[in-house]
Design a protein around this ligand. Structure first.
Ligand SMILES: *Cc1c(COP(=O)(O)O)cnc(C)c1O
Length: 396
């Protein structure tokens, strides 16, 4: 790792671990190595630490500790929730999701479709919004589950989760919410919002990678996916004590700092976005600017390729992202932006900047120097590159 200054504007990809979280987990890597299922003191202490973490996560989400399962990641939580819902009733094999989900949901949905499940991929409009009437129409007697994001990881755009939850309740259909990007950024109260399953990932919340949470409402009969005796026989595997303690600490910090951070991080994002829009011609925000996460901005730049931009930005210490990167390092046009009706050139000309707890005004200042310079350099290098924003509007 280089000691060079990093301007980390990719907090939706992962977050810096909070130093207080590292401090909280270290004893459980050093002296607290007991198996939480062991009956002697070393084991009991580990178990108590897990239960304290469970209570902290429950407080952040507004649910009972008994409704929290610890998993290995957000993707495991999503896979578990969807499989658990489909295991409940063999006659209800239809799954409803959207065209802009995270790859964990998308890949499982594609797999289920190949296995003979009917899968409905709800479209979104140009602003990334869901049409509730279409959701309502899609729900039928065979629908086993509705699985939708709370907030989109690429654009930050919210789905109307409260209304979706109400609709699913009225139609007596289970609802899983991928809240990985929402938890810790906006208030969530599961006492108030009737969600059956909710997925959380530690590393989007200033906790290390490799730990997640699945909330399972006590109203729901749960079928485990990974069988074993731990977590009340709901999720097998000796618990990752240090990471679970870390997630508990991260949840506690998030609950305490959410209100202040929402305002501070939003101000950084807004200043960056306004600065780019003012300084750089031919830029447009992708998605609804009103109903979106306070930390995210997805921007389309006329006349650039995100792939080239990421290289030049990386050389200058700026971390941000384009669509999902495949193994060769090349950038696929984002399925999210495509689903919003944007052309492939516009999707390829888009960059996502996502802010977080450890960003400063100085980061925004630096980014407002570097990003316009990189865009100008790319445009000068390929003056023939078309205006993706206006070209896109022409075909819409
Ligand atoms: C990161 C992310 C996930 C996956 O979480 P992992 O812990 O990396 O598996 C799922 N959904 C969304 C919206 C995400 O941003």
């Amino acid at each position: 790792m280089s000691a060079e200054r990093i301007i980390y504007l990719d907090n939706n990809a992962t977050t810096q671990v909070d130093p207080a979280v590292v401090d909280a987990m270290l004893p459980w890597l050093r002296e607290g190595y007991g198996n939480p299922s062991s009956a002697y003191r070393l084991g009991r202490q580990a178990n108590e630490a897990i239960e304290e973490a469970r209570a902290r996560v429950a407080t952040l989400l507004g649910c009972a500790p008994s409704e929290i399962l610890f998993t290995s990641c957000g993707s495991e939580s999503i896979n578990t929730a969807i499989q658990a819902a489909l295991a409940l009733d063999p006659d209800r094999t239809h799954v409803i999701t959207s065209a802009v989900e995270h790859s964990a949901t998308m890949k499982l949905g594609e797999h289920l479709a190949r296995k003979g499940h009917e899968v409905t991929w709800l479209p979104v409009d140009r602003a990334g919004r869901l049409d509730l009437a279409r959701l309502e129409k899609a729900i039928g007697p065979e629908t086993g589950l509705v699985s939708l994001l709370w907030a989109n990881n690429e654009t930050g755009v919210y789905f109307p989760v409260e209304e979706i939850a109400e609709l699913c309740r009225a139609k007596k259909v289970l609802f899983h919410c991928d809240a990985v990007q929402a938890v810790g950024k906006i208030p969530i109260d599961l006492h108030r919002t009737r969600i059956d399953f909710l997925s959380v990932s530690g590393h989007k919340l200033h906790c290390p990678k490799g730990v997640g949470v699945l909330y399972v409402s006590k109203r729901v009969r749960f079928t485990p996916w990974l069988r074993g005796s731990q977590e009340n026989a709901r999720r097998g595997g000796t618990q990752n004590v240090a990471s679970i303690v870390a997630l508990g600490k991260a949840a506690e910090i998030a609950a305490q700092s959410l209100a202040e951070e929402q305002t501070r991080v939003r101000a950084l994002r807004d200043r960056f976005e306004a600065g780019i829009l003012a300084q750089v011609p031919g830029v447009e925000v992708n998605g609804d600017r009103e109903h979106r996460l306070p930390n995210t901005t997805s921007l389309a730049f006329d006349g650039i390729e995100a792939e080239g931009a990421l290289i030049l930005l990386d050389e200058r210490g700026v971390c941000c992202s384009a669509g999902s990167a495949c193994t060769s390092g090349s950038v696929h046009p984002s399925h999210v932006l495509k689903a919003m009706g944007f052309s492939t050139p516009r999707a390829r000309a888009s960059l996502r900047f996502s802010f977080g707890r450890f960003n400063t005004e100085a980061d925004v200042d630096a980014a407002l120097e570097i990003v316009p310079a990189v865009v100008a350099k790319l445009r000068a290098a390929s003056p023939g590159a078309g205006p993706v924003i206006t070209a896109n509007l022409a075909v819409a």
